[in-house]
Design a protein around this ligand. Structure first.
Ligand code: UD1
Ligand code: UDP
Length: 366
């Protein structure tokens, strides 16, 4: 591959989930260029992950920052296009469903550069979520859709995406966890730092726009989580995303005990917290997957999920904002044994994706 691969990323989950692909490029000396859009820029959402995952600094950082969807996505599109024209890669890879993904996908497809979408085919069916629009458009622009599961492959087929464009690889989240899970157990003091005992606390993340940008819904979710924690005598540790922190201040919300707001954790610290928790409450996509892989029961604080595999496995249930439902769901899940199958693959997704991308042109389906 002459000019190799350009990987476009911009947010915390993309850094974590593209790390296994970047590391596979390094292992096999495949030329690659890292383009950071700058969608996430706070140290706690960005540079700590490059450091902890041992990733090289991005070759480019567009520094786009926060803005309304159109402005943010538009500036990223302009910036990524300029860089792709400069570095002329054979393939562009994007991962997931953020605005950075949409911008990277559009830039590649307009320049007619081969595009691969990592974590393709996820669908919540909720067209109000910006993530649903982003992932659907990226899938349809992509030349190669790397679906994590058979179910995501079926979603793509149902939308008319030809079979030859789809490859089921598992999810790179497994590769990252396999690589770091033991290290997190051995090396971090994540529990002691927060004064927590193993299997005696809940961990919560809430940051999705549909949950935290609506004051009544955000209040109800916090109330439900606090009552659920209380009824099991568990502190609820909430590493809070800056978006949610800002909304708490803006809406003047008093966070009820036993919820404890803490700064976002570094990756190893966070996966240790997930691993040792009695239960996880979340609206995050990646956290639903990690809970399922680590064997920690999960209650998803949303009305739908694009990770239905976690529900079929018995690892996850949905609860919307109704406090009584949250309490009930926590009750239902808290004593489950965690002995379910991981539906997200065997931890070789990064290698499989790289192999598919670097296959000789005559072997690549058109
Ligand atoms: C984005 C993704 C979401 C993903 C999440 C991962 C979109 C539409 N949303 O949401 O799917 O789950 O990333 O964490 O792409 N902010 C900071 N520092 C930062 C970044 C953001 O303080 O480094 C604050 C700003 O006030 C900003 C707000 O967070 O306005 C929202 O940031 P934005 O990038 O628009 O979306 P996220 O909520 O991070
Ligand atoms: N994560 C982390 N520290 C935290 C919260 C989350 O390292 O304090 C990691 C988590 O392990 C997972 C990823 O961030 O891999 C999920 O990202 P996020 O919830 O921001 O986005 P989503 O998956 O919802 O798009």
């Amino acid at each position: 591959m002459s000019n190799g691969i350009a990987l476009v990323l911009g947010t915390r989950p993309e850094i974590i989930k593209l790390a296994p692909v970047i590391q596979a490029c390094e292992r096999r000396s495949v030329p690659h260029t890292l383009i950071h859009t700058g969608q996430h820029y706070s140290e706690t959402l960005d540079s700590v992950f490059f450091d902890q995952l041992g990733l090289p600094d991005p070759d480019y950082n567009l520094g786009v920052g926060s803005a309304d969807h159109g402005k943010q996505t538009g500036e990223m599109l302009i910036g990524v296009e300029r860089i792709l024209q400069e570095c002329d890669p054979e393939t562009v890879l994007v991962q997931g469903d953020t605005n950075s993904v949409l911008a990277g996908a559009l830039a590649a497809s307009k320049l007619d550069v081969r595009l691969g979408h990592v974590e393709a085919g996820l669908r919540s069916g909720d067209r109000e979520m910006p993530e649903e629009t982003n992932r659907t458009l990226a899938d349809h622009a992509a030349d190669r859709c790397f679906a994590p599961t058979e179910q995501s492959r079926d979603n793509l087929l149902a939308e008319g995406i030809p079979e030859e464009r789809i490859e089921v690889t598992g999810n790179t989240v497994v590769d990252a966890l396999e690589r770091h899970k033991e290290l997190a157990r051995e090396r971090t003091t994540a529990l002691a730092d927060l004064g927590l005992d193993e299997d005696d606390y809940a961990v919560m993340t809430l940051h999705r726009a549909e949950n935290v940008d609506d004051p009544e819904r955000f209040r109800a979710l916090l109330f439900g989580a606090s009552r659920a924690g209380d009824s099991h005598g568990l502190p609820v540790v909430y590493p809070i995303h800056p978006r949610a922190r800002e909304r708490i201040e803006e809406f003047d919300i008093t966070v009820p005990e036993p919820i404890r707001l803490v700064e976002p954790r570094e990756y190893l610290e966070f996966i240790r917290l997930e691993d040792a928790a009695s239960i996880i409450l979340t609206d995050s996509g990646g956290v639903q997957e990690e809970a399922c892989i680590l064997g920690t029961p999960c209650v998803t604080l949303r009305d739908n999920t694009e990770r239905p595999e976690t529900i079929s496995a018995g690892a996850n249930v949905l609860a919307g904002p109704d406090p009584a439902t949250i309490i009930h769901r926590v009750e239902e899940m808290i004593d489950t044994d965690g002995d379910w199958e991981n539906p997200f693959g065997d931890g070789t997704a990064g290698e499989q994706i790289l192999q598919a991308v670097t296959r000789a042109p005559e072997e690549v389906p058109q």
